[in-house]
Design a protein around this ligand. Structure first.
Ligand code: 13P
Length: 251
């Protein structure tokens, strides 16, 4: 059966020393605790190796927040999936709405990144989600379906089985305006139905679909109690152990 996952996305926060400190604190807080979900922290690139070294890998997986769509070579400033894997990180967050919007990541570029991530033994946490105007004009299901189809549906069933999805309605990210548990469940069930149609019940039922967008200690329990919400991708509330632990413990 699919895993429950609580993943933090630190975004562009914390210098190296602060990030290492936060990872240490989280590692300590999880020691000796029985946790009913996998825990992942998505750090900036420069933190990956240090953080992967510090944390107990049985308890905490480390994620990059991006990787290059090229294998290697003359791409100044880029970081390849192979480099990410060499740090000890196990996941790569891909297709975050901030990368789609500010860095013009297209479905095609994301398809390349997903392929390289899988080729290097990493798990993509693939983000999808509509903007407010799309929801208000009732295009949100079509938008989310296209994001999945255009970047992921050329994968074999075996490769698709390695993907984690994160539904992050853009209007809920960093706004304090969370999707209601019913809105989250409705979209997650739609996503799962889309996966059933393409890959069948087994792959669809084994795919973890996380919710992201102003998820925190106050709303995590209710969000995670929905049958198709398998965890969260947490931004702001992942930046301190005090705020992140209650989200982890919501399972
Ligand atoms: P917030 O939890 O800060 O709204 O961010 C969500 C997010 O974008 C996680 O990737």
């Amino acid at each position: 059966m699919r895993k429950n996952i609580v993943a933090g996305n630190w975004k562009m926060n914390k210098n190296l020393q602060e990030g290492v400190e936060l990872a240490k604190e989280l590692n300590e807080a999880l020691k000796g605790k029985t946790i009913n979900c996998d825990v992942v922290i998505g750090t900036p690139f420069i933190h990956l190796a240090a953080v992967a070294n510090i944390v107990d890998s049985d308890k905490i997986g480390v994620a990059a927040q991006n990787c290059a769509n090229k294998v290697s070579g003359a791409y100044t400033g880029e970081v390849s999936a192979e480099m990410v894997a060499s740090t000890g990180a196990k996941y790569v967050i891909l297709g975050h709405s901030e990368r789609r919007a500010y860095y013009h990541e297209t479905a095609e570029i994301l398809k390349e990144k997903v392929g390289l991530t899988l080729a290097n033994g990493l798990t993509p946490i693939f983000c999808i989600g509509e903007v407010l105007e799309e929801r208000e004009s009732e295009k949100h299901f079509d938008v989310v379906k296209s994001q999945i189809v255009d970047s992921l549906f050329e994968l074999s069933a075996e490769d698709f089985g390695k993907i984690v999805l994160a539904y992050e309605p853009v209007w809920a990210i960093g706004t304090g305006k969370t999707a209601s548990p019913a809105q989250a469940q409705e979209m997650h069930a739609f996503i799962r139905k889309t996966l059933v149609e393409k890959y069948g019940n087994e792959v669809a039922n084994n795919t973890s679909i996380l919710y992201g967008g102003s998820a925190n200690a106050d709303n995590a329990k209710e969000l995670f109690s929905n049958p198709d919400v398998d965890g969260g991708l947490i931004g702001g509330a992942s930046l301190s152990v005090d705020k992140f632990m209650p989200v982890i413990e919501a399972f």
